[in-house]
Design a protein around this ligand. Structure first.
Ligand SMILES: *[C@@H]1O[C@H](CO)[C@@H](O)[C@H](O)[C@H]1NC(C)=O
Ligand SMILES: *[C@@H]1O[C@H](CO)[C@@H](O)[C@H](O)[C@H]1NC(C)=O
Ligand SMILES: *[C@@H]1O[C@H](CO)[C@@H](O)[C@H](O)[C@H]1NC(C)=O
Ligand SMILES: *[C@@H]1O[C@H](CO)[C@@H](O)[C@H](O)[C@H]1NC(C)=O
Ligand SMILES: *[C@@H]1O[C@H](CO)[C@@H](O)[C@H](O)[C@H]1NC(C)=O
Ligand SMILES: *[C@@H]1O[C@H](CO)[C@@H](O)[C@H](O)[C@H]1NC(C)=O
Length: 357
Protein backbone atom coordinates (compact mmCIF):
# COMPACT_ATOMS: atom_id res chain seq x y z
CA UNK A 1 0.00 0.00 0.00
CA UNK A 2 1.42 3.36 -0.98
CA UNK A 3 1.31 6.17 1.51
CA UNK A 4 -1.07 9.02 0.76
CA UNK A 5 1.94 11.24 0.13
CA UNK A 6 3.06 8.95 -2.68
CA UNK A 7 -0.48 8.96 -4.05
CA UNK A 8 -0.45 12.75 -4.06
CA UNK A 9 2.94 12.89 -5.72
CA UNK A 10 1.73 10.53 -8.41
CA UNK A 11 -1.52 12.38 -8.89
CA UNK A 12 0.32 15.64 -9.31
CA UNK A 13 2.62 14.08 -11.88
CA UNK A 14 -0.26 12.68 -13.91
CA UNK A 15 -2.07 15.55 -15.67
CA UNK A 16 0.40 15.63 -18.52
CA UNK A 17 -0.39 12.11 -19.61
CA UNK A 18 -4.18 12.21 -19.30
CA UNK A 19 -6.06 13.21 -22.43
CA UNK A 20 -8.28 16.27 -22.24
CA UNK A 21 -11.70 14.65 -22.44
CA UNK A 22 -10.75 11.69 -20.30
CA UNK A 23 -11.89 11.65 -16.71
CA UNK A 24 -11.11 9.29 -13.80
CA UNK A 25 -13.62 8.10 -11.21
CA UNK A 26 -13.62 10.30 -8.10
CA UNK A 27 -16.86 9.33 -6.37
CA UNK A 28 -19.48 6.63 -6.52
CA UNK A 29 -22.89 6.63 -4.84
CA UNK A 30 -24.29 3.12 -5.22
CA UNK A 31 -25.47 0.03 -3.39
CA UNK A 32 -26.30 -0.23 0.31
CA UNK A 33 -24.21 2.84 1.18
CA UNK A 34 -25.89 5.03 -1.44
CA UNK A 35 -27.38 7.49 1.06
CA UNK A 36 -24.34 7.81 3.34
CA UNK A 37 -22.89 10.96 1.83
CA UNK A 38 -25.98 13.03 1.16
CA UNK A 39 -27.76 15.55 3.40
CA UNK A 40 -31.52 15.26 3.70
CA UNK A 41 -33.29 18.62 3.59
CA UNK A 42 -35.54 17.96 6.61
CA UNK A 43 -37.93 20.87 6.08
CA UNK A 44 -41.03 21.61 4.00
CA UNK A 45 -40.38 22.97 0.49
CA UNK A 46 -39.64 26.62 1.22
CA UNK A 47 -37.66 26.88 -2.05
CA UNK A 48 -40.17 26.38 -4.87
CA UNK A 49 -43.50 26.68 -3.02
CA UNK A 50 -44.24 22.98 -3.46
CA UNK A 51 -46.75 21.16 -1.29
CA UNK A 52 -44.08 18.70 -0.20
CA UNK A 53 -42.49 18.08 3.16
CA UNK A 54 -38.90 16.90 2.67
CA UNK A 55 -38.14 14.46 5.47
CA UNK A 56 -35.00 14.10 7.56
CA UNK A 57 -32.85 11.04 6.89
CA UNK A 58 -34.25 9.13 9.84
CA UNK A 59 -37.90 9.92 9.06
CA UNK A 60 -37.40 9.14 5.36
CA UNK A 61 -35.89 5.81 6.31
CA UNK A 62 -38.59 4.99 8.91
CA UNK A 63 -41.37 5.85 6.47
CA UNK A 64 -39.62 3.94 3.67
CA UNK A 65 -39.42 6.98 1.43
CA UNK A 66 -35.64 6.64 1.04
CA UNK A 67 -34.08 3.20 1.13
CA UNK A 68 -31.99 0.73 -0.82
CA UNK A 69 -34.17 -2.02 -2.29
CA UNK A 70 -33.46 -5.73 -2.62
CA UNK A 71 -31.87 -5.16 -6.03
CA UNK A 72 -29.38 -2.76 -4.41
CA UNK A 73 -30.88 0.36 -5.99
CA UNK A 74 -31.68 3.63 -4.19
CA UNK A 75 -35.38 4.46 -3.95
CA UNK A 76 -36.54 8.02 -3.25
CA UNK A 77 -40.28 8.46 -3.26
CA UNK A 78 -43.36 10.45 -2.39
CA UNK A 79 -45.67 9.10 0.33
CA UNK A 80 -48.34 7.03 -1.47
CA UNK A 81 -49.96 5.66 1.69
CA UNK A 82 -51.39 8.63 3.59
CA UNK A 83 -55.03 9.13 2.73
CA UNK A 84 -56.32 11.75 5.12
CA UNK A 85 -54.25 14.86 4.46
CA UNK A 86 -56.03 18.03 5.51
CA UNK A 87 -56.20 21.43 3.88
CA UNK A 88 -52.83 23.19 4.23
CA UNK A 89 -50.91 19.98 4.84
CA UNK A 90 -48.08 18.89 2.60
CA UNK A 91 -47.28 15.36 1.47
CA UNK A 92 -44.04 13.73 2.59
CA UNK A 93 -41.24 13.43 0.07
CA UNK A 94 -37.46 13.51 -0.23
CA UNK A 95 -34.77 16.02 -1.16
CA UNK A 96 -31.12 15.05 -0.82
CA UNK A 97 -27.88 16.85 -1.68
CA UNK A 98 -24.33 15.49 -1.84
CA UNK A 99 -22.05 16.62 0.96
CA UNK A 100 -19.30 17.08 -1.65
CA UNK A 101 -19.11 19.80 -4.26
CA UNK A 102 -17.64 19.06 -7.69
CA UNK A 103 -15.54 21.58 -9.57
CA UNK A 104 -15.42 22.61 -13.22
CA UNK A 105 -13.69 19.64 -14.83
CA UNK A 106 -16.17 17.07 -13.50
CA UNK A 107 -18.66 14.73 -15.12
CA UNK A 108 -21.59 13.22 -13.23
CA UNK A 109 -23.43 10.19 -14.47
CA UNK A 110 -26.79 9.05 -13.10
CA UNK A 111 -27.97 5.58 -14.06
CA UNK A 112 -31.67 5.18 -13.25
CA UNK A 113 -34.39 2.59 -13.80
CA UNK A 114 -37.37 4.78 -12.92
CA UNK A 115 -38.08 8.49 -12.50
CA UNK A 116 -41.09 10.04 -10.70
CA UNK A 117 -44.10 11.13 -12.74
CA UNK A 118 -47.81 11.85 -12.44
CA UNK A 119 -50.05 14.89 -12.10
CA UNK A 120 -48.59 17.37 -9.55
CA UNK A 121 -45.20 15.60 -9.52
CA UNK A 122 -42.06 17.68 -10.16
CA UNK A 123 -38.87 15.64 -9.95
CA UNK A 124 -35.35 16.80 -10.67
CA UNK A 125 -31.78 15.59 -10.66
CA UNK A 126 -29.77 18.78 -10.64
CA UNK A 127 -26.90 20.67 -9.07
CA UNK A 128 -26.12 24.06 -7.63
CA UNK A 129 -23.17 26.06 -6.41
CA UNK A 130 -23.14 28.02 -3.16
CA UNK A 131 -25.18 31.21 -2.73
CA UNK A 132 -27.76 30.64 -5.47
CA UNK A 133 -27.84 32.16 -8.06
CA UNK A 134 -24.19 33.18 -7.64
CA UNK A 135 -22.82 29.63 -7.86
CA UNK A 136 -25.09 28.70 -10.77
CA UNK A 137 -27.53 25.84 -11.19
CA UNK A 138 -27.48 22.98 -13.69
CA UNK A 139 -30.67 20.96 -14.15
CA UNK A 140 -29.71 17.70 -15.82
CA UNK A 141 -33.09 16.03 -15.52
CA UNK A 142 -36.32 17.88 -14.79
CA UNK A 143 -39.92 17.33 -15.79
CA UNK A 144 -43.43 17.91 -14.48
CA UNK A 145 -46.79 16.18 -14.41
CA UNK A 146 -47.32 14.06 -17.55
CA UNK A 147 -45.23 16.00 -20.08
CA UNK A 148 -43.78 14.08 -23.00
CA UNK A 149 -40.09 14.50 -22.23
CA UNK A 150 -37.59 15.88 -19.75
CA UNK A 151 -35.69 19.11 -20.08
CA UNK A 152 -32.23 20.47 -19.32
CA UNK A 153 -31.75 23.98 -17.93
CA UNK A 154 -29.27 26.30 -16.27
CA UNK A 155 -29.91 29.26 -13.98
CA UNK A 156 -27.30 31.96 -13.39
CA UNK A 157 -26.64 35.60 -12.68
CA UNK A 158 -27.31 37.83 -15.74
CA UNK A 159 -24.72 37.51 -18.53
CA UNK A 160 -24.82 33.84 -19.41
CA UNK A 161 -26.61 32.90 -22.62
CA UNK A 162 -26.63 29.97 -24.99
CA UNK A 163 -24.77 30.90 -28.18
CA UNK A 164 -23.84 28.47 -30.96
CA UNK A 165 -24.66 25.33 -29.08
CA UNK A 166 -23.43 22.07 -30.54
CA UNK A 167 -26.36 19.85 -29.65
CA UNK A 168 -28.86 17.45 -31.17
CA UNK A 169 -32.00 18.92 -29.57
CA UNK A 170 -33.99 21.51 -31.50
CA UNK A 171 -36.49 21.96 -28.63
CA UNK A 172 -34.93 25.21 -27.43
CA UNK A 173 -37.27 27.00 -25.07
CA UNK A 174 -35.16 29.88 -23.77
CA UNK A 175 -31.52 30.84 -24.29
CA UNK A 176 -30.97 33.39 -21.52
CA UNK A 177 -29.82 31.65 -18.32
CA UNK A 178 -30.31 34.72 -16.12
CA UNK A 179 -32.59 34.07 -13.17
CA UNK A 180 -33.99 37.56 -13.72
CA UNK A 181 -35.66 36.90 -17.08
CA UNK A 182 -38.67 34.77 -18.10
CA UNK A 183 -39.71 34.31 -14.47
CA UNK A 184 -36.49 32.42 -13.75
CA UNK A 185 -37.23 29.69 -16.29
CA UNK A 186 -33.48 29.61 -17.02
CA UNK A 187 -32.04 28.65 -20.39
CA UNK A 188 -34.00 25.49 -21.03
CA UNK A 189 -34.06 22.93 -23.79
CA UNK A 190 -36.15 19.79 -24.12
CA UNK A 191 -34.69 16.31 -24.50
CA UNK A 192 -36.58 15.12 -27.59
CA UNK A 193 -36.47 11.40 -26.74
CA UNK A 194 -39.83 10.57 -25.05
CA UNK A 195 -38.02 7.79 -23.20
CA UNK A 196 -36.37 10.59 -21.13
CA UNK A 197 -39.38 10.78 -18.77
CA UNK A 198 -42.48 9.12 -17.44
CA UNK A 199 -43.82 5.65 -18.15
CA UNK A 200 -41.74 5.51 -21.33
CA UNK A 201 -38.51 5.98 -19.35
CA UNK A 202 -39.30 2.97 -17.15
CA UNK A 203 -40.68 0.84 -20.00
CA UNK A 204 -37.41 1.24 -21.87
CA UNK A 205 -35.45 -0.02 -18.85
CA UNK A 206 -34.52 3.47 -17.70
CA UNK A 207 -31.42 5.21 -18.89
CA UNK A 208 -28.33 7.23 -18.15
CA UNK A 209 -27.91 11.00 -17.90
CA UNK A 210 -24.37 12.36 -18.31
CA UNK A 211 -23.45 15.95 -17.38
CA UNK A 212 -20.07 17.33 -18.37
CA UNK A 213 -19.15 20.47 -16.43
CA UNK A 214 -16.14 21.83 -18.32
CA UNK A 215 -14.46 25.17 -18.98
CA UNK A 216 -15.48 24.81 -22.62
CA UNK A 217 -19.12 24.42 -21.67
CA UNK A 218 -21.82 22.33 -20.04
CA UNK A 219 -23.06 19.32 -21.99
CA UNK A 220 -25.74 16.78 -21.23
CA UNK A 221 -26.28 13.40 -22.88
CA UNK A 222 -29.27 11.14 -22.38
CA UNK A 223 -29.00 7.46 -23.28
CA UNK A 224 -32.07 5.29 -23.06
CA UNK A 225 -31.10 1.80 -21.84
CA UNK A 226 -30.63 0.24 -25.26
CA UNK A 227 -28.46 3.17 -26.36
CA UNK A 228 -26.08 3.27 -23.38
CA UNK A 229 -22.53 3.20 -24.80
CA UNK A 230 -20.46 0.17 -23.85
CA UNK A 231 -17.93 2.43 -22.12
CA UNK A 232 -20.64 3.30 -19.57
CA UNK A 233 -21.79 -0.26 -19.02
CA UNK A 234 -18.92 -1.88 -17.16
CA UNK A 235 -18.24 0.30 -14.12
CA UNK A 236 -15.13 1.54 -15.84
CA UNK A 237 -12.70 3.61 -13.81
CA UNK A 238 -12.38 6.26 -16.51
CA UNK A 239 -14.56 7.74 -19.22
CA UNK A 240 -13.93 9.70 -22.39
CA UNK A 241 -16.77 12.12 -23.19
CA UNK A 242 -15.43 12.50 -26.73
CA UNK A 243 -16.78 8.99 -27.35
CA UNK A 244 -20.38 9.98 -26.53
CA UNK A 245 -21.02 11.96 -29.70
CA UNK A 246 -22.87 15.28 -29.92
CA UNK A 247 -24.70 16.05 -26.62
CA UNK A 248 -28.45 16.49 -26.57
CA UNK A 249 -28.04 19.88 -24.87
CA UNK A 250 -25.00 22.14 -24.78
CA UNK A 251 -24.22 25.50 -23.15
CA UNK A 252 -20.88 26.43 -24.68
CA UNK A 253 -18.48 28.95 -23.15
CA UNK A 254 -19.05 31.06 -26.29
CA UNK A 255 -21.93 32.90 -24.60
CA UNK A 256 -21.32 31.92 -21.02
CA UNK A 257 -17.98 32.05 -19.25
CA UNK A 258 -18.43 28.86 -17.25
CA UNK A 259 -16.01 29.63 -14.41
CA UNK A 260 -17.56 33.05 -13.90
CA UNK A 261 -21.16 31.85 -13.64
CA UNK A 262 -20.70 28.43 -12.05
CA UNK A 263 -18.82 27.41 -8.96
CA UNK A 264 -18.33 23.89 -7.61
CA UNK A 265 -21.68 22.09 -7.65
CA UNK A 266 -23.36 19.72 -5.26
CA UNK A 267 -25.74 17.17 -6.72
CA UNK A 268 -29.39 17.06 -5.69
CA UNK A 269 -32.34 14.72 -6.12
CA UNK A 270 -35.74 16.03 -5.16
CA UNK A 271 -39.41 15.41 -5.77
CA UNK A 272 -41.70 18.28 -4.99
CA UNK A 273 -45.43 18.62 -5.68
CA UNK A 274 -47.19 21.42 -7.56
CA UNK A 275 -45.19 24.59 -6.68
CA UNK A 276 -43.79 27.19 -9.06
CA UNK A 277 -43.37 24.86 -12.06
CA UNK A 278 -45.69 21.80 -11.87
CA UNK A 279 -48.45 23.82 -10.22
CA UNK A 280 -48.20 26.83 -12.52
CA UNK A 281 -51.67 26.78 -14.16
CA UNK A 282 -50.34 27.17 -17.72
CA UNK A 283 -48.01 24.23 -17.26
CA UNK A 284 -50.41 22.16 -15.17
CA UNK A 285 -53.32 22.28 -17.63
CA UNK A 286 -51.05 21.23 -20.52
CA UNK A 287 -51.23 17.63 -19.27
CA UNK A 288 -53.54 17.46 -16.23
CA UNK A 289 -56.95 18.66 -15.09
CA UNK A 290 -58.57 19.60 -11.80
CA UNK A 291 -56.69 21.35 -9.02
CA UNK A 292 -53.06 20.51 -8.37
CA UNK A 293 -53.09 20.59 -4.56
CA UNK A 294 -56.70 19.80 -3.69
CA UNK A 295 -57.26 16.99 -6.18
CA UNK A 296 -53.82 15.40 -6.11
CA UNK A 297 -51.67 16.24 -3.08
CA UNK A 298 -54.69 16.03 -0.74
CA UNK A 299 -56.40 13.41 -2.91
CA UNK A 300 -55.99 9.66 -3.29
CA UNK A 301 -52.46 8.52 -2.42
CA UNK A 302 -52.39 6.16 -5.42
CA UNK A 303 -51.66 9.29 -7.51
CA UNK A 304 -48.11 8.78 -6.25
CA UNK A 305 -47.58 5.10 -7.06
CA UNK A 306 -45.16 6.14 -9.79
CA UNK A 307 -43.64 9.10 -7.97
CA UNK A 308 -40.29 7.49 -7.23
CA UNK A 309 -36.68 7.46 -8.38
CA UNK A 310 -34.94 4.10 -8.64
CA UNK A 311 -31.24 4.85 -9.04
CA UNK A 312 -28.62 2.22 -9.82
CA UNK A 313 -25.72 4.61 -9.32
CA UNK A 314 -24.44 8.15 -9.46
CA UNK A 315 -20.80 8.25 -10.39
CA UNK A 316 -18.62 11.35 -10.61
CA UNK A 317 -15.51 11.59 -12.75
CA UNK A 318 -12.91 14.34 -12.81
CA UNK A 319 -9.82 15.40 -14.67
CA UNK A 320 -6.98 15.34 -12.21
CA UNK A 321 -6.19 18.96 -13.05
CA UNK A 322 -9.72 20.02 -12.07
CA UNK A 323 -9.79 18.22 -8.79
CA UNK A 324 -8.99 20.83 -6.20
CA UNK A 325 -6.85 18.94 -3.73
CA UNK A 326 -6.44 22.01 -1.53
CA UNK A 327 -10.09 22.84 -1.10
CA UNK A 328 -11.11 20.32 1.53
CA UNK A 329 -8.38 21.57 3.83
CA UNK A 330 -8.49 25.29 3.09
CA UNK A 331 -11.65 25.93 5.04
CA UNK A 332 -14.95 26.73 3.70
CA UNK A 333 -16.38 29.36 1.55
CA UNK A 334 -19.33 26.97 1.22
CA UNK A 335 -22.02 26.72 3.80
CA UNK A 336 -23.12 23.15 3.12
CA UNK A 337 -20.08 21.05 2.27
CA UNK A 338 -16.53 20.98 1.06
CA UNK A 339 -15.31 21.59 -2.45
CA UNK A 340 -14.56 18.49 -4.42
CA UNK A 341 -12.80 15.73 -2.69
CA UNK A 342 -10.20 13.70 -4.48
CA UNK A 343 -10.93 10.58 -2.49
CA UNK A 344 -8.47 7.76 -2.04
CA UNK A 345 -10.68 5.78 -4.43
CA UNK A 346 -10.18 8.51 -7.01
CA UNK A 347 -6.45 8.46 -6.55
CA UNK A 348 -6.50 4.70 -6.86
CA UNK A 349 -8.51 4.96 -10.06
CA UNK A 350 -6.01 7.39 -11.53
CA UNK A 351 -3.17 5.22 -10.35
CA UNK A 352 -4.72 2.18 -12.05
CA UNK A 353 -5.05 4.23 -15.20
CA UNK A 354 -1.43 5.27 -14.87
CA UNK A 355 -0.25 1.70 -14.51
CA UNK A 356 -2.39 0.65 -17.45
CA UNK A 357 -0.67 3.15 -19.74
C1 LIG B 1 -35.90 27.12 4.49
O1 LIG B 1 -35.92 26.58 5.78
C2 LIG B 1 -34.65 26.29 6.30
C3 LIG B 1 -34.83 25.57 7.63
O2 LIG B 1 -35.55 26.35 8.52
C4 LIG B 1 -33.86 27.58 6.45
O3 LIG B 1 -32.56 27.28 6.92
C5 LIG B 1 -33.76 28.25 5.10
O4 LIG B 1 -33.13 29.50 5.25
C6 LIG B 1 -35.14 28.44 4.51
N1 LIG B 1 -34.96 28.91 3.13
C7 LIG B 1 -35.68 29.88 2.63
C8 LIG B 1 -35.39 30.26 1.22
O5 LIG B 1 -36.56 30.43 3.27
C1 LIG C 1 -21.56 31.53 -34.06
O1 LIG C 1 -21.41 30.78 -35.25
C2 LIG C 1 -21.47 31.53 -36.43
C3 LIG C 1 -21.45 30.58 -37.61
O2 LIG C 1 -20.41 29.67 -37.48
C4 LIG C 1 -20.30 32.50 -36.46
O3 LIG C 1 -20.36 33.30 -37.60
C5 LIG C 1 -20.37 33.39 -35.23
O4 LIG C 1 -19.23 34.20 -35.15
C6 LIG C 1 -20.43 32.55 -33.95
N1 LIG C 1 -20.67 33.42 -32.81
C7 LIG C 1 -19.80 33.54 -31.82
C8 LIG C 1 -20.17 34.50 -30.73
O5 LIG C 1 -18.79 32.86 -31.74
C1 LIG D 1 -40.47 28.18 -21.70
O1 LIG D 1 -40.14 29.55 -21.51
C2 LIG D 1 -41.22 30.37 -21.09
C3 LIG D 1 -40.71 31.78 -20.98
O2 LIG D 1 -40.19 32.19 -22.20
C4 LIG D 1 -41.73 29.88 -19.75
O3 LIG D 1 -42.87 30.62 -19.37
C5 LIG D 1 -42.11 28.40 -19.85
O4 LIG D 1 -42.44 27.91 -18.57
C6 LIG D 1 -40.96 27.61 -20.40
N1 LIG D 1 -41.37 26.24 -20.59
C7 LIG D 1 -40.70 25.26 -20.06
C8 LIG D 1 -41.24 23.89 -20.37
O5 LIG D 1 -39.72 25.41 -19.38
C1 LIG E 1 -18.57 -3.67 -21.64
O1 LIG E 1 -19.32 -4.87 -21.57
C2 LIG E 1 -19.97 -5.18 -22.78
C3 LIG E 1 -20.85 -6.38 -22.54
O2 LIG E 1 -20.20 -7.33 -21.76
C4 LIG E 1 -18.93 -5.42 -23.87
O3 LIG E 1 -19.55 -5.73 -25.09
C5 LIG E 1 -18.10 -4.14 -24.02
O4 LIG E 1 -17.07 -4.33 -24.95
C6 LIG E 1 -17.51 -3.71 -22.71
N1 LIG E 1 -16.90 -2.42 -22.88
C7 LIG E 1 -15.74 -2.10 -22.37
C8 LIG E 1 -15.25 -0.72 -22.63
O5 LIG E 1 -15.08 -2.86 -21.68
C1 LIG F 1 -17.14 0.14 -9.37
O1 LIG F 1 -15.75 0.23 -9.28
C2 LIG F 1 -15.27 0.86 -8.14
C3 LIG F 1 -13.77 0.93 -8.21
O2 LIG F 1 -13.38 1.52 -9.41
C4 LIG F 1 -15.71 0.09 -6.91
O3 LIG F 1 -15.30 0.79 -5.75
C5 LIG F 1 -17.24 -0.04 -6.91
O4 LIG F 1 -17.66 -0.85 -5.85
C6 LIG F 1 -17.73 -0.61 -8.21
N1 LIG F 1 -19.17 -0.52 -8.24
C7 LIG F 1 -19.96 -1.48 -8.62
C8 LIG F 1 -21.43 -1.18 -8.61
O5 LIG F 1 -19.55 -2.57 -8.99
C1 LIG G 1 -46.89 2.75 -3.44
O1 LIG G 1 -45.91 2.75 -4.46
C2 LIG G 1 -45.12 1.58 -4.52
C3 LIG G 1 -44.17 1.77 -5.66
O2 LIG G 1 -43.29 2.83 -5.33
C4 LIG G 1 -45.99 0.36 -4.73
O3 LIG G 1 -45.18 -0.79 -4.67
C5 LIG G 1 -47.08 0.30 -3.67
O4 LIG G 1 -47.93 -0.79 -3.95
C6 LIG G 1 -47.86 1.60 -3.68
N1 LIG G 1 -48.98 1.62 -2.76
C7 LIG G 1 -48.90 1.56 -1.43
C8 LIG G 1 -50.17 1.63 -0.66
O5 LIG G 1 -47.81 1.44 -0.85
Amino acid sequence: MLSSTSFLALALALPAIIRAAEYGLVKEYAGKNFFDEWDFYGHYDNLTNGAANFLTASDASKQQLAFVNAAGNAIMKVDNKTDNLQFNQARNSVRIATKDYFTVGSVWIADMLHVPYGCSVWPAFWSQGPGWPNGGEIDTFEAVNLVANSQVAAHTQPGCTVVNATQTSTLVNTTDCSYQVNSNSGCSTGVPDPRSFGAAFAAAGGGVFVTEFATTGISVWFFSRSDVPSSLQNNSSSIDTAAFGVPVVNIPSTGCEIERFFQAQNLIFDITLCGDFAGNPTTFYQTCSGFCVNDYVLGPPSTYDNAYFEVQSVRVFGTSAAVDIQAPFSGASHSRGSTVVLSLAGLTAILVLFIAL
